[in-house]
Design a protein around this ligand. Structure first.
Ligand SMILES: [Zn+2]
Length: 141
């Protein structure tokens, strides 16, 4: 996965569009794309070529890890401990506790409290946390 991210065909594409490209990885829908980038701490507009080796490895692991978690949990991407915490806070409906950023625009990030932002990638909705997911030029990667 890491070498594929850095291959000439994909290295200079923005991550959000890249993860939605069925030629890169088949089957990642918009919710998985948004959640993967959140857990990898990468901004949707960052490109693999701008990422550190550490960030590429983290993203490669997260693409596989979040997809597998979602498969096991029937679409819940939040870690089990967070889901338990949110349920204890009264968020019992699956739609209220399953995601960290997807369809949560304007709500507080569970990690840092920043309001989740919504944007568009090729006409499809994208969601990210401006506090947790930084651009490369801010040297957080
Ligand atoms: Zn955050």
């Amino acid at each position: 996965m890491a070498s594929r991210l850095l291959s000439p065909a994909f290295a200079n594409k923005q991550l959000a569009g890249l993860l939605l490209d069925q030629g890169f990885v088949a089957g990642l829908g918009t919710y998985l794309c948004a959640e993967i980038l959140f857990f990898a701490k990468l901004h949707p507009k960052a490109k693999p070529s701008e990422c550190s080796d550490k960030a590429i490895k983290r993203l490669a692991k997260t693409i596989l890890g979040i997809t597998q978690r979602s498969y096991r949990t029937q679409g819940i991407t939040n870690p089990p401990a967070r889901v338990r915490q949110l349920k204890n806070m009264g968020l019992r409906d699956k739609e209220e506790h399953r995601f960290s950023v997807y369809r949560r625009e304007g709500l507080a990030c569970y990690q840092c409290g920043s309001p989740i932002q919504r944007s568009n990638v090729g006409g499809r909705p994208m969601f990210h946390c401006p506090g947790c997911q930084r651009m490369v030029d801010e040297r957080i990667l």
